[in-house]
Design a protein around this ligand. Sequence first.
Ligand code: ADP
Length: 205
Amino acid sequence: MRVVLLGPPGAGKGTQAQIIAGRLGAPAISTGDIFRANVSGQTELGQKAKVFMDAGDLVPDEITVAMVKDRLAEPDAKAGFLLDGFPRTIAQAEQLAGSLADLGQGLDRVLELVVEEEELVRRLSGRRMLVDGEWVQREDDKPETVRHRLEVYREQTSPLSGFYRQAGLLSQIDAIGEIDEVTDRALTALGFTDDDGPAGAPAAS
Ligand code: ADP
């Protein structure tokens, strides 16, 4: 199954992506994680991306799109994937459709995690990550940057809801509640039943 997880910063995409990908038996591909790995590894890509990330801006499409295209061409993504944090602009969505079409593939579903903005600010400002045994705040989780990321989301990413609704691919779920409640809603929207296994999910091709 080929799924895109859509939702604002702080909606819990990363957490849900890991769990859902496990159920799908497909890799969760997070552009944010790939960028962060490149920043810590001090690669050329990381050095380019860091400036944008620290400011809470989107990394330019040409950098991001090429990176995702390479990742989707890897063998583990052949039968399916869960994209977390990509696409984030209409241009990225169009390029994704093109890359998949080149591979003879298409998306099965776009799952949007819906959380209102007040809750997002609260979650992001309080978020800490465990790095080398210490809890640290992500540079881009500082309050001013959080506000800016939400603005960027509203302006550049939220139009993707309409884009995918028109394509008949969108399912929206309420992402407030316990993690496993949200997971249940997500799996139901993807056609999984309580019994396990995808119900009516197209076979991997
Ligand atoms: P969040 O969803 O919490 O904002 P991510 O980990 O998904 O965080 O992304 C962190 C940063 O990485 C973004 O603010 C942006 O700078 C960059 N990034 C991630 N995905 C993309 C993308 N698809 N296009 C452009 N920039 C991206």
